[in-house]
Design a protein around this ligand. Structure first.
Ligand SMILES: Nc1ncnc2c1ncn2[C@@H]1O[C@H](COP(=O)(O)OP(=O)(O)OP(=O)(O)O)[C@@H](O)[C@H]1O
Ligand SMILES: [Mg+2]
Length: 395
């Protein structure tokens, strides 16, 4: 038997053949795979998958639909809405346009002549739909939220018409991001199969480590798998990354490793952060808004740092245990316990105001900066990799 390499087993950025974990969707206690298969069987329905980033939406489609039949396009592909069917046809391997020539005889009043007439053909919608049906292809429209609103509405309209003709399509988007064009579109009501992907539970994440290390012939104790799953912050991708880092640090491809030692964990977490680039994001958060020459209050922490309110908020979010959602009270309590006893603690109101300002700063920036959302008196971490970086990265 050929020994598997760690990189073949733990696949943080592509389809994990050896560490694929099948999960139940909590609302109805059925595997996600079965739900998706069922959804695809109902002809005339469009499937809408919604779930937080990096929770396995794409991997689920790749598991259920055989590779050759899966035609993936993403929201960013469609800058011009009129190109929709052309782009899909091209992805499915159809020629977008071409030419054919024929000799044509025509007569005018004076003489008869032959001309070589060249005509162009352009791939049309019905051609694409037929090609999909004949070959059992499924369109997966990934990252739909990245398309502009106008384009989204146009696509929804096009798909509505196509699914009636038994065209099979799945639209994937993030929660709370402009999924209205599909889910709240009155034209599509009654024609949708909805699948919501939930964040991963710790036991499900542990499965990834247990499966993978078993494939590699390395033992892992349950409590160690559990520790890693907590740091993975509901992200199967982080779990895969950390496990791969452990293997790299142990040089498991070349050394005979019997068991995952506990003392490797912290270095594996730190090592994993080199894959993530959030330095600038953290810097922006720690700096806060432009102080316009005013001196900010500073506070002394037990770990002998002097921080302003923005530095404190960042430290509080990074603190133990890692939480994907923090209420204003959580943040206040964490800040209080970070500070030395004699220091006057910042009040809730000033924490709240600072969070408002941070949110405004993040809103103005690129997607990579959308790491948390401050709303309903709560900080929601949107990007688990960011929180992981905050906890273990050098910044
Ligand atoms: N069922 C699974 N079993 C094991 N690992 C998984 C599973 N689903 C996802 N992963 C891991 O998580 C990674 C990210 O998954 P995927 O790309 O499907 O997420 P996504 O929800 O499509 O993310 P995005 O929102 O960025 O498109 C995969 O490359 C894989 O490492
Ligand atoms: Mg995806």
């Amino acid at each position: 038997m050929i020994k598997l390499l760690a990189e073949q087993v733990f696949k943080p950025a592509s389809f994990p053949e050896y560490t694929y974990v099948s999960r139940m969707s909590e609302d109805i206690n059925v595997d996600y795979e079965i739900r998706l298969k069922q959804a695809l069987k109902i002809s005339g329905c469009l499937t809408s998958i919604i779930g937080p980033s990096k929770m396995g939406k794409t991997v689920l489609c790749e598991k259920v639909i055989v590779f050759e039949n899966l035609i993936e396009v993403t929201g960013v592909d469609f800058s011009d809405k009129n190109e929709f069917w052309n782009i899909i046809g091209a992805k499915a391997g159809l020629p977008i346009s071409g030419q054919f020539s024929e000799m044509e005889r025509f007569t005018d009043l004076n003489n008869q002549k032959e001309v070589n007439k060249t005509e162009k053909f352009i791939l049309n919608k019905d051609g694409v739909i037929n090609h999909f049906k004949e070959n059992g292809l499924v369109l997966v429209l990934d990252d739909f939220h990245y398309a502009q609103e106008e384009v989204q509405l146009h696509i929804a309209q096009q798909l509505k018409d196509a699914i009636r003709k038994e065209f099979k399509a799945i639209v994937i988007s993030l929660p709370h991001r402009a999924d209205d064009a599909i889910r709240k579109n009155a034209d599509l009501s009654g024609r949708l199969s909805l699948i919501n992907i939930e964040p991963w539970r710790e036991e499900e994440l542990e499965e990834i480590a247990k499966k993978g290390f078993k494939e590699l012939g390395i033992e892992i104790q349950s409590d160690i798998a559990k520790k890693i799953s907590i740091e993975s912050l509901s992200s199967p991708q982080l779990m895969q990354y950390i496990c791969l880092s452990i293997c790299t640090l142990l040089d498991s491809d070349n050394e005979k490793i019997i068991e995952v030692p506990e003392n490797i964990l912290e270095s594996a977490y730190k090592f994993t952060t080199i894959n993530f680039e959030y330095k600038d994001v953290v810097k922006v958060l720690k700096e806060g808004p432009n102080p316009r020459g005013k001196q900010r209050n500073t506070f002394d922490t037990k770990s002998k740092k002097t921080l302003d309110i923005y530095g404190l908020i960042v430290e509080a979010i990074a603190d133990n245990p890692p939480l994907m959602g923090l209420t204003i009270d959580d943040i206040k309590n964490r800040i209080d316990s970070l500070l030395i006893d004699s220091v006057k603690k910042p009040d809730k109101q000033s924490i709240r105001e600072s969070l408002n300002k941070l949110q405004a700063i993040l809103d103005e920036k690129d997607n990579i900066y959308r790491v948390f959302e401050w709303k309903d008196h709560k900080v929601h971490i949107v990007d688990p990799l960011f929180l992981f970086y905050l906890r273990w990265g050098k910044h």
